[in-house]
Design a protein around this ligand. Structure first.
Ligand code: PMV
Length: 361
């Protein structure tokens, strides 16, 4: 079997993107492999792409990997298949979503005449509703692909591979606190994620208040592109990000919870403010989202340290410390429209698992 190194993968990526000659990958491993990756929540948000085709971010970002939310993916290449087969939560996925997966495989392998793949994925949380299912999904798939093609990519290069599927997926290769770096090269070789601190660094809690399990109407890629084209404050968003990143790194290493919370809320509202200023406007929130924000702020006024963040969906994620979890849960579950709460801690890195031994909750 031919072994690929990352340079080869990158060369393939560029070749694929620019539609030049494909070079063949000779070998892949028969049989299936299973990978688990956890979702992550951005404390400093990624929003905007500097290169759409190669999926390069316009800003760096910082995230926390979550133990309670994960995707488990089994991948097998099969020469008998005529096209890729993708089962997500036991349902066959076709159309645009299947194409996104097939394109990712082509890009990664650099060879569209590759054997077709059977991919069986399970999320233990709602898909496409702002709980970062694409992050855990593409991170698990990148790891599984690396295994089946014997690429032996290191974590940084695996993160770059996952990034080609979804920007936030790069961060899910690692546990704990993670930085997605903003590169300056056109080939994306610097746009990789690195771990800042592992999951044992700080025993924080993240409560995800689920206000809707419906799929969102507007995906993040479309939302980002529309924002870049029409939001009047886009340049300010880009230029103010490095300072937020630096301050957040300091808050994480010194375990300054007030600062971490303040920066997290700032980044969240800056991103959503920008999205709202887009034409036509983008608003991912519903009534319960707003009500939950106010409920958390009220709790904070009463002395409970808790801060909110929201992604491309209506769920409210609440950062807090372990001793205030019960009180916050009670207050937030009381909000009209909050369906349930998922409690998470800092979670581990993506990994290859035995298919049955690590059971999806
Ligand atoms: O990775 P994508 O394309 O799903 O974009 C993620 C965008 C946000 O979740 C809103 C922010 C982030 O940094 O995760």
């Amino acid at each position: 079997m031919q072994k690929l190194n990352f340079e080869t993968v990158f060369a393939h990526q560029i070749v694929f993107v620019e539609n030049l000659n494909h070079s063949k990958i000779e070998g892949y491993r028969y049989g299936s492999v299973t990978a688990v990756a956890h979702s992550n929540i951005a404390l400093i948000k990624y929003w905007g792409k500097r290169a759409i085709q190669k999926n390069l971010p316009a800003v760096g970002s910082i995230s926390l990997t979550l133990d309670a939310l994960h995707t488990k993916t089994t991948l097998q290449f099969d020469e008998a298949l005529k096209q890729d087969v993708f089962l997500l939560n036991e349902e066959k996925v076709e159309g645009k979503q299947l194409k996104r997966i097939s394109d990712f495989l082509n890009l990664a392998v650099g060879y569209s005449e590759r054997p077709k793949a059977r991919i069986i994925s399970k999320n233990n949380f709602p898909t496409g509703a702002g709980l970062a299912s694409s992050a855990s999904g593409f991170a698990a798939l990148a790891l599984a692909l690396d295994d089946r093609f014997g690429l032996n990519l290191n974590r940084e290069n695996l993160s770059a591979l996952a990034r080609m599927g979804s920007g936030s997926a790069a961060r899910s290769l690692y546990g704990g606190f993670v930085e997605m770096k903003l590169g300056s090269k056109d080939d994306g070789s610097e746009d990789v994620a690195v771990q800042l601190k592992d999951e044992s660094h700080w025993d924080l809690r993240l409560l995800a208040a689920v206000t809707s399990t419906q799929k969102k109407d507007l995906g993040s890629t479309e939302g980002m592109n529309r924002t870049a084209e029409t939001a009047p404050f886009y340049d300010a968003w880009i230029s103010s990000q490095p300072k937020d990143i630096e301050e957040m790194k300091k808050a994480i290493s010194t375990k300054d919870f007030e600062k971490l919370g303040e920066l997290t809320e700032h980044s969240c509202f800056k991103m959503h403010g920008l999205a709202m200023a887009t034409r036509p406007p983008i608003l991912y929130w519903n009534a319960a989202t707003t009500e939950t924000i106010h409920r958390v702020w009220k709790l904070r006024q009463s002395g409970i340290p808790a801060f909110v963040t929201i992604d491309a969906g209506p769920q409210v994620k609440i950062l807090c410390l372990s001793d205030s979890v019960d009180e916050i849960k009670e207050a937030v579950l009381d909000v009209n429209g909050v369906e349930y709460i998922i409690e998470a801690k800092p979670g581990p890195a993506a990994r290859i698992v035995h298919p049955e031994k690590e059971i999806i909750r």
